[in-house]
Design a protein around this ligand. Structure first.
Ligand SMILES: NC(=O)c1ccc[n+]([C@@H]2O[C@H](COP(=O)([O-])OP(=O)(O)OC[C@H]3O[C@@H](n4cnc5c(N)ncnc54)[C@H](OP(=O)(O)O)[C@@H]3O)[C@@H](O)[C@H]2O)c1
Length: 162
């Protein structure tokens, strides 16, 4: 099974603050759409709730939401009780799209990582990317640092499991 973790992080590995992503880099959103378009996306309940209603469920993708709550309802998404159930439901391929709790649970199962580094340092972050152990992951593409239309520097790095 192909399991791709997709995230954007700041220089210290932060991915979120108070339930949202604390930067705006439209180029990263475009890449996220390219990577996940047409596929199954797996996310934690808090990430689901962080999606703007206009893109909840994420259009053109099969949305799977992980929660411990038995009676949780998420219109347009399938609800499962844990990561294994999510992967079973997904079948051959899935993109795990956050947040911090779900990345931490999924990294040992992942086959590919598609990371965006954002050249900022977020104060007060409360959600973090998993640690990428260089003994387990090799970078296959390290993009150039580029300026976003918003002025923020970013780059894309792809890893595959060694
Ligand atoms: N920068 C990025 O690329 C990126 C991507 C995605 C999200 N984010 C950010 O990350 C933050 C959210 O991340 P988070 O770590 O707080 O939350 P999360 O991983 O999105 O969701 C956590 C929730 O998932 C459920 N869950 C976790 N482990 C489970 C398990 N083993 N079994 C069953 N359910 C489980 C629980 O839901 P219940 O409480 O309902 O049981 C838990 O509260 C937000 O700020 C969001 O904006 C950033």
């Amino acid at each position: 099974m192909t399991i791709t973790l997709v995230w954007a992080q700041d220089r210290a590995g932060a991915i979120g603050r108070a339930g949202v992503i604390p930067w705006r880099v439209p180029e990263d959103m475009r890449r996220f759409k390219e990577i996940t378009g047409g596929s199954t996306v797996i996310m934690g309940r808090k990430t689901w709730e962080s999606l703007p209603t206009a893109v909840r469920p994420l259009p053109g993708r099969r949305n799977i939401v992980i929660t411990r709550a038995r009676d949780y309802r998420a219109d347009g998404a399938e609800i499962v009780a844990g990561l294994e159930a999510a992967l079973d439901a997904a079948g051959e391929a899935a993109a795990v799209i956050g947040g911090g709790e779900i990345y931490a649970a999924a990294i040992d199962r992942a086959t590919h990582l598609r990371v965006t580094e954002i050249d900022v340092l977020v104060d007060g972050a409360d959600a973090f990317a998993p640690v990428v152990d260089p003994d387990r992951w090799e970078s296959v593409t390290v993009g150039e640092w580029l300026y976003s239309s918003t002025g923020t520097l970013y780059r894309f790095i792809d890893y595959r499991r060694r």
